[in-house]
Ligand binder design. Structure first.
Ligand code: NDP
Ligand code: A1CAB
Length: 267
């Protein structure tokens, strides 16, 4: 299989690394397409055997799968400036937030589009991707794509494309919410006089341990919280402040706003 990555940024390169790491493609069969020459030497150091071209150089694209990994805001410009024609049997996999399959099909004049929403832990093979496909894509074509997605972590097929905006808001953006909370905890540690490095260690190990406890327990999240929050104790004091300030509501509101933004990105 030959794969072209249109937009070799964070996600495009994460995907490329996973495919090569799990030997799903040969490096010679990977074609990285960049916007201009500025990142050529850095990328060619990382991918010495792969083909690297600037967008304007590509007049014929020899690939079975083209992964579109440019920003949603750049997509229209990209689509309108293709110097190559998509061939009938080429598959397109978009990982762009918000842009609907129909819009991709229209702008590319091409029916075979799969839309996926991964997240940044794909870099470690620990991501999760929700994906859906245009009508007319066969089961075996979809399985081929799922095999690639699974090299970046787990993947879930969704029948309903509308849900992908929710997935974008939940797991696509999710790592940033987690870092945001971790950052607030580390800063609280520093404010209480704990050295930053030590605060980081306490917080990160707490998150790791709590994640595994949550994953290995039969208990609900409410019960797990109760197990930590002794009556009249410290956790209760913290949770009271969170509730008084509607922290959970605010987090939910933010996530719904991310979903709304995904819808707006379709234009
Ligand atoms: N970051 C994340 O966690 C996630 C991102 N996504 C989606 O993935 C996509 C990429 O995001 P991300 O990797 O973070 O963004 P980046 O900005 O890191 O990557 C986008 C890349 O596209 C390049 N590009 C822009 N125009 C062109 C062009 N005409 N030809 C070739 N390349 C071009 C940019 O080049 P240059 O640097 O020169 O501008 C950049 O390298 C987005 O659509 C986003 O919605 C999905 C899930 C998670
Ligand atoms: O913030 C964004 O728009 C992209 C999509 C999900 C994560 N990053």
């Amino acid at each position: 299989m030959k794969i072209a990555i249109l937009g070799a940024g964070n996600m495009g390169l994460s995907f490329s690394k996973s495919f090569l790491k799990y030997e799903l493609i040969k490096p010679e069969n990977l074609h990285l397409i960049i916007r201009n020459d500025s990142k050529f030497s850095k990328i060619s150091e990382e991918f010495p055997k792969s083909k690297i071209s600037t967008f304007d150089e590509v007049t014929d694209l020899d690939a079975d799968l083209i992964i579109i990994a440019v920003k949603p805001q750049d997509f229209q410009h990209v689509a309108e400036n293709f110097k190559f024609q998509l061939k009938e049997n080429q598959m397109v996999l978009s990982i762009m937030a918000g842009i609907k399959i129909e819009k991709i099909q229209t702008l590319l004049h091409h029916p075979l589009v799969v839309r996926a929403m991964p997240n940044s832990p794909t870099l470690l093979g620990m991501g999760i991707t929700g994906y859906t496909a245009a009508e007319g894509i066969s089961f075996s074509q979809l399985i081929n794509i799922e095999r690639l997605l699974n090299s970046t972590g787990r993947s879930v097929y969704l029948e309903n494309e509308e849900l992908l905006d929710g997935v974008t808001a939940l797991s696509g953006s999710g790592p940033a919410y987690f870092y945001y909370i971790v950052d607030a905890m580390i800063k609280a540690g520093v404010e209480m006089g704990i050295e930053e490095n030590l605060s980081k260690l306490f917080v990160k190990q707490t998150m790791l341990g709590a994640y595994h406890l949550m994953n290995n327990s039969e208990k609900s999240l409410e019960e797990l919280i109760k197990d930590v929050a002794s009556k009249g104790g410290t956790t209760e004091a913290a949770l009271k402040t969170f509730d008084e300030n509607s922290c959970k509501e605010i987090l939910k509101k933010g996530i719904l706003n991310a979903e709304q933004r995904a819808k707006e990105l379709n234009g």
